[in-house]
Each structure stands twice: as C-alpha cells, then as structure tokens.
Design a protein. Structure first.
Length: 307
C-alpha cells in the first residue's frame, strides 16, 4: 500500500478518535431520575452490565487522572484560576479541570502526530518544524476554544440578565422572598434565558443545601465572570446585610443594565457606517465604476484607433 493511501486514512481515524474522546468527556449526562423514567417507559433501553459505553466511560475516567498529571503543576492558585475559567465557560463540575488538562495532553499528542506525518510525507521544508508547529497548535487549541466559549457565554449572560431581573423584581414585589423568586425565575425563563436560569438554579441548590446566602451570591458572581452579575451579587449582599429593600436594589440594577445594553446597541449602530465602507469599496464601487466609465472608455479607445 502506498503512502498516499495510508496517510489520509490514518489522519482521518486519529481525528475521529480525538473528537469522539473530547465529546465523551464534556458530554452532559442525563440525571439518574430521567434515566430511570426512560427505563420504565421502555425496558429495552436499560443498559447491560457489560455495555461498551460503560466500559468506554470507565476507561476515560481512569485515563483522565493519569493524563492530567503531565500538566498539573500542583499550584493551588493556578488550579483555582483554571477552575474559574472553566466555570465561566459553563463547566463547573468537580472533574472539569482534570478533564481539560487531559484533553490538552491528548490534543498535544495528536498535533505532534499530525505534524510528524505531514513533515515526513512532504518533501519540501524542514520536517522538524512541522512537528513543532503541529504540537504547538494541538497544545493551544483547547485554550483558544475555552476562551471563545467563555466569551460567548458571558455575552449571553449579559444580554439575558435585564429580562431575568425584571421578572425577579416582579416576583419580589409580589411578596416572594429572594430564594423563592430566584426559583420562580429559573423555572419560567428556561427557554428565553437558559444560561441565567442555570446559574440561578445552581445558586438555589446551594441555598437549599444550607450554604450561607452571602457566600452563594459571591460564588454566583465569580462563577459567571460577568461584571454586572458581580455588581448584582454585591448589591444583594449589601441589601441583605443592612436590611434595605431588595426589590429597590434589583430595580436599580435592572434599569442600569437595560441602559447599558441600549447604549451598546446604539454604539454598534453608529459603527455600521464605518464598517460598510469596506464592502462598498471592494464589491460595489468597482461595478459602478465599470458601468459608468466603461462606455466612455470604449468610445475613447475607438476614437484613438480611428485617428
């Protein structure tokens, strides 16, 4: 078998295995209650004791601690920063940092393999440089993906917060306590604001487990990483400490966030005139120039030729 046939197949198999492993590590599993209801509804869906999925998950669970040790420095400050970044991206479960480090190791090895295969297969250039570039891309690719996921989730939280705060104000002014109002908002806005509802549901669960409200609100601001959410948590902590009106504090914060969101929309609207210059110059003006100047140019060329 020639190298032109073996190399593409090996690359495709390695990419497929890597993507499948990453998806398996970060896939959200349904709760046990949902699984049991599904088993009662359809007994054929009950997993076997020796199913391949359970074996695969157990292998991944066993391999992740070993792989993560290669990048685990043991520094508590670095581990805390990594946990906060993962929580900002939406991964706040217990083994998120361990799985992320394992993914970085796997991605580094895959990048090293791809770089080596490309360097050996291509005759031009330095093959060692392909190894270095492939390993660097594989090592920093999870960091880039995590940063993009973090920015996307924080933007969604910022845009969804005013609506959630409006409903929270209505619930508090109707006589509900802050805990009950947060629970009602997390139930009613699941489709409209899923990220905010997820954070409020997590805060409610922590409150029901007996965690102090101040600590829960502080963790809510740190876990989201949004400045306005941290400001909201600080306002609620201050209102709870001094006994002031929580409804008034929520209304002020909601109005300020709504004004800020409107100002951001106006700013983007003002930027459209500048952004439209580039497509106009590149795509529209050349066509207009050809239509307007083309006939005159043709007549000028004909006059010059006749003379």
């Amino acid at each position: 078998m020639s190298a032109e046939f073996v190399i593409p197949i090996s690359i495709f198999a390695a990419v497929t295995c890597g993507v499948w492993a990453i998806i398996s590590m970060f896939a959200k599993k349904p709760s046990r209650a949902v699984e049991r209801l599904r088993e009662i509804h359809d007994p054929r869906s009950r997993p076997m004791a020796d199913s391949s999925s359970d074996k695969t998950n157990s292998i991944l669970d066993k391999a992740a601690p070993t792989l993560s040790k290669a990048l685990d420095s043991g520094n508590e400050e670095e581990q805390s920063k990594l946990k906060i970044r993962l929580a900002n991206a939406g991964y706040s479960h217990e083994h998120a940092s361990r799985n992320f480090l394992a993914i970085k190791v796997v991605s580094f090895v895959l990048g090293l393999v791809f770089g080596g295969v490309y360097g050996v297969a291509s005759s031009a250039g330095n093959p060692w440089m392909a190894w270095v570039i492939g390993a660097g891309i594989g090592f920093y690719m999870p960091e880039l993906i995590l940063t993009l996921m973090k920015m996307s989730r924080q933007t969604k939280l910022f845009l969804q917060m005013p609506d959630a705060l409006d409903l929270l104000v209505v619930c508090v002014e109707a006589g509900l306590g802050l805990d009950a109002a947060m629970r009602r908002v997390s139930e009613k806005l699941t489709n409209a604001a899923p990220e905010v509802c997820q954070e409020l549901a997590t805060a409610n669960m922590q409150l029901q487990m007996g965690k102090p409200r101040r600590q829960v609100l502080h963790d809510l601001g740190i876990r989201t990483g949004v400045d306005d959410m941290r400001a909201l948590a600080a306002i609620l902590i201050q209102a709870d400490r001094f006994g002031s009106s929580i409804a008034q504090a929520l209304r002020v914060q909601s109005d300020s966030m709504r004004v800020k969101r409107r100002q951001m929309a106006e700013e983007k609207a003002q930027q459209t005139a500048v952004k439209m210059i580039f497509p106009l110059v590149l795509f529209i003006f050349p066509g207009i120039f050809v239509v307007l100047v083309g006939p005159a140019g043709i007549q000028l060329m004909e006059n010059l030729i006749n003379k």
